[in-house]
Write a protein that binds this ligand. Sequence first.
Ligand code: FPP
Length: 249
Amino acid sequence: MSYKTDIIKERIPRHIAIIMDGNGRWAKKQGLARMFGHKQGVTTVHRITEAAAEIGIEYMTLYAFSTENWNRPKEEVDALMTLLVDTIAKETPTLMKNNIRLLTIGDIDRLPAETKKKFEGCIEETKQNTGLNLVLALSYSSRWEIIEAAKKIATEVKDGKLDVADINEAIISSHLTTNGIPDPDLLIRTSGELRLSNYLLWQIAYSELYFTDRLWPEFTPEDLYEAIVDYQHRERRFGKTSEQVKIEK
Ligand code: FPP
């Protein structure tokens, strides 16, 4: 029996965000260098992306490189950038085959020029695809994007383009790097860590959180289906009472 058969098709989460954690620990467990974990992590990205596209997920946002990851040893940062470039080159045909559109969020200008160029090329090539939107968070952190949004909004107020009284949730959302992307319904974090690590903090205000002990390199499509089934058994109340939610159904 697979959890896949338990998924209620009418209640598929529209947007799943994932904190892919545990690559380093997975490698250490095998007596290998950390980069082997990241390479295996790419294989998981491939499998999970195909599975998500196949079951009709609209958006999947993966935390591939955080603002704080720039502080890792230079060799690891360089190797991760190379891995990202190689992966994009290798995986673009897979994205085309599966009708997947690539998007990025984050401070893309901080990436090495070659890495940025590869991503821009892939975004352009896949822009007509109408299936899954695969969003990679690169050089991303919530605090960074909220600071950037605050600066842009302050400038618009200063230039007389925006009235302070008109600042609301929609205005803030539209100034974030996720502008146009619906908020995640489900956030998954692998590896047993119970943290949000500066990830989509504004956007996950009402997301369901799912933590699993599985390390990212060993996370399978079956684990994804299990998380979705778990999500489908929850009652999303958005601050209302259970009775109100039942009447609305
Ligand atoms: C967390 O594991 C993982 C990362 C910081 C990077 C994730 C990157 C990939 C899976 C590869 C590239 C991805 C794409 C989308 C092409 P960790 O190193 O923090 O593991 P640890 O907590 O066990 O040390």
